[in-house]
Write a protein that binds this ligand. Structure first.
Ligand code: PMV
Length: 335
């Protein structure tokens, strides 16, 4: 009987972008058009184990206990091919991934997933990567995964140029923010898989939306405003900029041909409740990714009230309150 090598296990958390990434200028190398800035969360971790099995004919990929199929399997195998190419190795791998986040629902499971896979895969194939190189590698799986390598707040640079130069210049790094530890109330209005993948949606947006370029330009100004607001620990400024940046991103999609609309009636109901909270003097600001779920940024002291208001606005939806969380970590054998 063959004994599997112990392999490597990594844990990573999703992140929510306060300044969004939307649109790739190189789809093969996964180079974004715009810089983005996010907060890594302390909820919904992904745990991934990669073991090498030299006697296998192909990679085996399991997602939450079931064999991965189609596009999900293809993306993991393509990523392993890249890790093997960098490491100069050829052994197939056995990959086991467990998500505590609904896959494909705009909750950045690809971010935690590829950050964990990059770390576990690099370790299993004997690659010794510094955090920048690890972030670059994770980016090849999913651009937002480059940010989940780091805890707290992280900026992902679009970087200059094309080809190898672009690959080298596009990675995330931490944004040290000492005294800013807000709550993020997540309203899971619909945990099902999305109708249009973010990859297809952003391609269509870049190719057909007349609003894309102006959003990308305004996003650069949003980014410098966001960095200053984070340095001041100014929740109102952080929230205002994050909310307009996200609504602007969705506007680019609504103007694509045909339109991509991720926002559902329940999304809009939650957005209305956020406006009511602000009218009542509670600082609360919304952001949405490639799905109908709403994430509401607020002070930790207001989180329970915000969660209650949001729950009333979208009856039946699950509400989870998150905070800033840790970067991707290898699990040692003793744990
Ligand atoms: O991580 P991807 O490649 O599926 O892109 C998702 C991008 C957004 O979540 C919509 C925004 C972001 O910056 O995370």
């Amino acid at each position: 009987e063959e004994v599997l090598d112990p392999g490597a296990t990594a844990v990573a958390h999703p992140n929510i972008a306060l300044i969004k990434y939307w649109g790739k200028r190189d789809e093969r190398l996964m180079i974004p058009y715009v810089d983005s800035l996010s907060m890594t969360l302390d909820v919904f971790p992904t745990t991934t184990t990669v073991r090498l099995r030299s006697t296998a004919r192909a990679d085996s990929v399991t997602l939450d206990g079931s064999p991965a199929r189609g596009e999900a399997r293809h993306r993991v195998v393509a990523f392993l091919d890249l890790v093997r190419q960098i490491a100069g190795r050829t052994e197939p791998a056995v990959v086991d991934t467990r998500n505590r986040v609904p896959t494909g629902a705009g909750l950045a499971s690809s971010a935690s997933g590829f950050a964990a896979l990059a770390l576990a895969g690099a370790a299993a194939y004997g690659l010794d990567l510094d955090p920048t190189a690890l972030s670059r590698l994770a980016r090849r799986g999913s651009v937002s995964a480059a940010r989940s390598v780091f805890g707290g707040f992280a900026i992902c640079h679009a970087g200059p140029g094309t080809g190898v130069a672009a690959d080298l210049g596009s990675y995330a790094e931490p944004v040290p923010v000492a005294d800013f530890d807000p709550a993020l109330v997540i309203a899971l209005v619909d945990a099902g898989p999305k109708a249009v993948s973010s990859r297809a949606a952003m391609r269509r947006t870049v190719e057909t939306s007349p609003l894309y370029r102006s959003w990308a330009t305004s996003s650069m100004a949003d980014l410098s405003g966001m960095r200053a607001a984070l340095r001041r620990g100014d929740l109102d400024a952080v929230g205002e900029i994050a909310e307009r940046n996200a609504l602007g991103m969705h506007a680019t999609m609504l103007a694509a041909r045909p339109a991509v609309r991720y926002l559902s009636p329940a999304t809009v109901a939650v957005l209305d409740s956020v406006l009511r909270l602000r009218a009542d003097g509670v600082p609360a600001y919304a952001t949405m990714d490639a799905g109908p779920n709403v994430k509401v940024l607020c002070h930790r002291a207001d989180a329970a009230r915000v969660a209650g208001t949001v729950r009333d606005a979208a009856p039946g939806c699950a509400v989870v309150t998150a905070r800033r969380g840790p970067g991707a970590l290898l699990r040692t054998g003793a744990e």
